[in-house]
Design a binder for this molecule. Sequence first.
Ligand code: PRP
Ligand code: URA
Length: 206
Amino acid sequence: MALHLIDHPLVAHYLTRLRDRDTTPDEFREASDKIITLLLYEATRTLRTRTFEIATPIESTAGTAIADRVVAVPILRAGLGLMGPVLDLLPQVTVGYIGLERDERTAVASRYYVKLPPDIQGKTVLLLDPMLATGGSATKAVEILKEHSPASVRLICVVAAPEGIMALQQAHPDVEIFAAARDRQLNAQKYIMPGLGDYGDRLFGT
Ligand code: PRP
Ligand code: URA
């Protein structure tokens, strides 16, 4: 499995806005949209394209279009907050949803909702979940996706813990991870340190 840590001054800037406990939900959502746009830029770098002839107002030239069909799958609830930039940027994207919730005591993720487009087979799936902590949620989500035979799965997350990276790597070595940061470790409550707290709560003001 490849881990892509996106080393870029703008990513570092918006990650700091997300980490700061004084960032308000409005500011958090704005920084989240911006950092996800930057991560998407990297996560879509290897999508295949096709070329075709177009006419500019001046003359004919070769044009480019995205040839791969992409399915975006946010893990509810926090992953939903990453959808704005995905819908803005990706042509002809279809969307599925996987609802998982971590038990606050055990941190074990259980599914409460799954709704996927019928045409995942052979497509590129962008799995969206901002926090890779124990890796339980991402591992379960990939398991669910693989029942539908996608061509590949790429996980876009903001912060990844070493524990989660290792767990996902062991369970699904073929999944590529695109993250803004690999943090130090999990605390006793399975929150990422230094992390940014509960992404869903901060995004939605709960
Ligand atoms: C958070 C986060 C991830 C999960 C990561 O979700 O959005 O889905 O924890 O943790 P893991 O790697 O240990 O599984 P949470 O269960 O808090 O639900 P929410 O998105 O509804 O807040
Ligand atoms: N989920 C979050 O939102 N934050 C963490 O630190 C761990 C899991």
